[in-house]
Design a protein around this ligand. Structure first.
Ligand SMILES: *[C@@H]1O[C@H](CO)[C@@H](O)[C@H](O)[C@H]1NC(C)=O
Ligand SMILES: *[C@@H]1O[C@H](CO)[C@@H](O)[C@H](O)[C@H]1NC(C)=O
Length: 469
């Protein structure tokens, strides 16, 4: 008879659970958010598009809301390199920001293939409450050159596509969009009244009472003579030597991703009329390196390139490099930069006794987009249990590298990320355990090799001598 009470209890539980399910499914959409006011600033002055959104979100529903959704058209989603969000407290000068987590989210019922990012609020937004959010995101490969091909004397025109109003799953009461162009030369833009163009700014709105998922496509055609510097592939190898330095080797595959160059390249015209000729090409690249770099070199497949200038001060080093020929739209070049850094600036000991490297992620070239970045951290021989801490999702795996005198090989922590923008240049750490006895391995090995060689010589001489006798 012992089983009976248990059975009754189980029965009660399942009835209660069933009732709960009923209650939940019958109550209509729980938190009901709306955007009271929204401002969007789209910065098109570079070849990387940067968008700043300020949203005042209000909860009109009957339960607290713990997340806010951002919607993106399917054509934009693959070009998003980074999305950041923060809650804003206080007004004007006393503003403070609380960074919030943002994650891509799959919702099955997005109209027209809408994709979402979800902002997790630090504390739920109660009924009738409102919060101000600031969102920042970057879009890559989103300016389309038109005309597709230009000659050396032409300027570069591009298209940018978006919506006049912000795409959102929520009702937006008041909104405005400001688009900033690099110059006043705007060929055309879609008119969605009220729209206003002055100087380098196009203003869409204010629009009021837009229902969820309102979308009115716009096309802006404007001049953008920025060098579209895209590194198709960058491999950075950081080799840690406990003997005092970090050696860095960076392999670049660079392309000018702007309008393709047509016709022949005239160096005479290029050099005699620099302000009219090849305005969107680039002849200089700037690499920002850490302070105290040494043994800097810059070479391509032909050999060392001497036309580079290094300026250093106590905070940073700037390496100005000049490829062998100026780069026009569609042209590619590959090159290698190498440098050494003092170990004590980047290698530290954590409280638990492990060592860690603290270095900057991303690409040292200014205002450059990297399609595929690989960072390889080569740990000293004998390192154990490596782990990496990167502030955004990256792919990770381990490899082993052998260099001369290595016995067991060096562990290499490999970090890979696609679609990297300058905003990804933030510190990351690689932790590992290391027994200092391993530092003696190579000298000991060398010493024993010499000793054996010496012994062999002695033995040989000894034998030799004994024969002659
Ligand atoms: C290139 O320059 C670096 C550093 O100055 C030097 O170590 C290297 O030997 C040079 N290589 C060639 C091929 O000249
Ligand atoms: C890494 O270095 C940055 C500055 O370059 C510093 O702000 C940060 O606190 C360091 N992180 C760790 C874990 O030491």
């Amino acid at each position: 008879m012992e089983g009976l009470p248990r059975l009754r209890l189980a029965l009660i539980f399942s009835v209660v659970a069933y009732l709960l399910v009923l209650v939940r499914s019958s109550s209509p959409s729980s938190p009901e958010l709306q955007i009271v006011s929204a401002e969007r600033r789209i910065d098109l002055t570079s070849h990387i598009v940067r968008v700043y959104l300020t949203l005042k979100v209000e909860n009109n529903g009957n339960s607290p809301a713990s997340e806010v959704l951002l919607a993106f058209p399917p054509t934009q989603i693959d070009h998003i390199a980074l999305v950041k969000a923060a809650a804003v407290f206080g007004k004007k000068k006393k503003k403070s920001y609380l960074p919030l987590d943002v994650n891509p989210t799959d919702l099955p019922d997005g109209p027209n293939g809408t994709k979402y990012f979800c902002i997790l609020l630090s504390k739920p937004l109660g009924m009738g409450e409102s919060i101000t959010l600031e969102v920042f995101y970057t879009l890559t490969h989103s300016l389309e050159p038109f005309p597709v091909e230009i000659s050396q004397s032409e300027t570069q025109l591009v298209y940018y596509r978006d919506g006049a109003a912000i795409l959102s799953p929520y009702h937006i009461k008041q909104q405005i969009t400001l688009i900033k162009t690099p110059s006043t030369k705007v060929e055309s833009f879609t008119r969605v009244e009220p729209v206003y163009h002055a100087g380098t700014e196009i203003k869409y709105g204010p629009y009021s009472e837009h229902p969820p998922y309102s979308f009115s496509p716009i096309l802006v055609h404007f001049e953008n003579d920025n060098p579209f510097a895209v590194v198709e592939e960058l491999v950075r190898e950081l080799e840690i030597s406990h003997w005092g330095s970090i050696q860095i080797t960076e392999h670049y595959k660079l392309v000018h991703a702007g309008a393709r160059h047509k016709g022949v390249f005239s160096r005479v015209e290029y050099q005699s009329r620099p302000s009219f000729s090849g305005v969107s090409s680039f002849k200089l690249l700037l690499a920002r390196l850490p302070p105290r770099v040494h043994s800097v070199y810059y070479r391509d497949e032909i050999g060392n390139i001497s036309s580079s200038h290094l300026r250093t001060d106590s905070r940073k080093s700037e390496l100005e490099i000049e490829p062998r020929y100026p780069l026009f739209g569609g042209w590619k070049t590959t090159f290698i930069i190498g440098y050494g850094l003092p170990l004590q600036d980047f290698l530290f000991e954590s409280p638990d006794g492990r060592r860690y490297l603290n270095f900057t992620f991303g690409c040292p070239l200014a205002e450059t987009l990297v399609d595929k970045l690989t960072i390889k951290v080569v740990l000293p021989e004998g390192s154990k249990n490596p782990s990496a801490a990167v502030p955004f999702p990256v792919e990770q795996h381990l490899e082993t590298k052998y260099s001369y005198l290595d016995v067991v090989g060096r562990t290499v922590v490999v970090l890979e990320k696609k679609n990297v923008v300058p905003e990804h240049n933030s510190p990351f750490q690689v932790y590992y355990e290391f027994n200092p006895i391993f530092m003696l391995a190579e000298p000991l090995m060398l010493a024993s090799v010499f000793f054996l060689f010496f012994m062999a010589c002695v033995a040989y001489l000894h034998v030799d001598v004994s024969i002659r006798k």
